[in-house]
Design a protein around this ligand. Structure first.
Ligand code: ATP
Ligand code: MG
Length: 401
């Protein structure tokens, strides 16, 4: 576990420790290494000041990512290493950010400012594991537990409330009793956290392996963050999260399925979710029932004229999860229909605006109407998607319009 660290990581630790400083791996990477999961990034903490770190790594590309907070990023053979000076955070008067940062002299002080015991461990090759709060034991017990007194830690920084629930969901851990009690009691402090931070945490939380159970246990937090959701169906929706894959569009569609599509869109805009994701979620919600009643090919073609075919599988999965009906047969039909490259957009018609203009149809709104009419005729089976058939249909349409 500690033997196959990437070379830039061991070299940086060695360089710090050889110069008389202390240097440790810390936080998420130590937690993940102990769980046997490859870390996403390697953060380090050191007794060296940011100036000393910059000098020590002056042969490398060093970026001052947060010198005020004691952080510099060293790029070693392309690998970014965030190196932060040991610190304590002092007081927090806004419930979100420390008023000031004080550099500390021991690893223990630095670990004490961290949020959860499983995130408050550090390691280096000389000293081994520094684990003053029992993080390793909590990792074995699969528990999220605050470092120190939970209610004080959440008063200091309310984002920790949501981070705790997110780690429980993503890691599939339970939340220790005192920490859990404080989360329930202090949920309203989340009003101090920016909507961007809330959305980022919520997106990760919803896609966690344990999302259904964790969010059911903290339904008060869900109701606080998303008061738009109807309360009567909340438990059912939260449990249904487990029956769809861990993808943001599907998980959000399940959660928001009881809202009218435009209300869901409004909520996603309030959360500042990416536009593409919002469009996918609202399209899924709008069409969640369509496949239950589509019995013929023209009906499916009408659906895919306005619904992105690349979301077909997601729609089948969502329909199954929300309405408890097997879509096995429908899945086969949809797959073979889409594999036959049907004509689903005006761009795929065998005639274009230029040819219709030659028939006397003016460019602009009228042309849009004509193309739409031709497309609908093709998908409804009234005529074929061939030049002759379309020109003749356009001619008779133009003569009566
Ligand atoms: P992830 O896998 O999501 O990156 P992580 O544990 O690395 O998990 P980060 O947000 O990258 O989480 O933070 C790195 C470390 O900094 C955490 O492990 C924790 O020790 C500490 N930390 C981060 N945010 C806070 C906070 N709000 N309060 C206290 N400590 C925090
Ligand atoms: Mg991290």
């Amino acid at each position: 576990m500690w033997t196959d660290l990437p070379a830039p990581v061991t070299e940086a630790l060695e360089r710090l420790n050889a110069q008389g400083y202390q240097g440790f791996l810390v936080g998420g990477c130590v937690r993940d290494l102990l769980r046997g999961v490859p870390p996403t990034d390697y953060d380090m903490t050191t007794s060296a000041t940011p100036e000393e770190v910059k000098k020590l790594f002056s042969d490398k590309n060093v970026v001052e990512t947060g010198v005020r907070h004691g952080t510099v990023t060293v790029f070693s053979r392309g690998m970014p290493l965030e190196i932060t000076t040991f610190r304590t955070d002092g007081s927090y008067s806004d419930g979100r950010h420390p008023d000031g940062v004080t550099f500390a002299s021991t690893i223990e002080e630095d670990l004490a400012r961290r949020d959860f015991t499983v995130n408050a461990m550090a390691w280096n090759p000389r000293k081994g594991l520094a684990d003053p709060f029992g993080g390793r034991e909590d990792l074995q017990k699969r528990l999220i537990r605050c470092v120190g007194e939970p209610s004080r830690r959440f008063d200091e920084d309310a984002l920790r409330i949501l981070r705790g629930v997110r780690f429980a969901s993503v890691l599939g851990f339970a939340i220790e009793e005192n920490t859990s009690r404080a989360i329930h009691a202090q949920t309203p402090l989340l009003a101090k956290v920016s909507i961007e931070r809330i959305s980022a945490e919520l997106a990760k939380l919803l896609c966690g392996a344990g999302a259904a159970d964790v969010l059911t246990a903290f339904r008060d937090l869900v109701a606080f963050l998303l008061p738009e959701l109807p309360e009567v169906s909340l438990d059912t929706r939260l449990q249904a999260l487990a029956s769809v894959p861990r993808e943001p569009a599907l998980r959000l569609a399940v959660l928001l399925a009881d809202l009218p599509p435009h209300e869901a869109g409004k909520l996603l805009r309030r959360l500042r979710m990416e536009n593409k994701l919002s469009l996918q979620v609202t399209a899924l919600i709008r069409e969640q029932r369509t496949l239950l009643t589509c019995t013929d090919t023209p009906c499916l073609l009408r659906l895919f004229r306005k619904f992105p075919p690349e979301l077909a599988e997601a729609l089948l999965t969502l329909t199954e999860a929300l309405h408890g009906t097997s879509m096995a047969q429908m899945r086969g039909r949809v797959e073979s229909l889409l594999a036959s490259s049907p004509c689903l957009s005006v761009a795929q018609l065998a005639v274009g605006g230029k040819e219709l203009m030659e028939l006397g149809i003016p460019a602009g709104e009228k042309m849009g109407e004509a193309l739409q009419m031709l497309l609908e005729g093709v998908t409804d089976g009234k005529w074929e998607n061939s030049r002759e058939a379309l020109l003749s249909a356009a001619k008779s349409w133009h003569s009566v319009c």
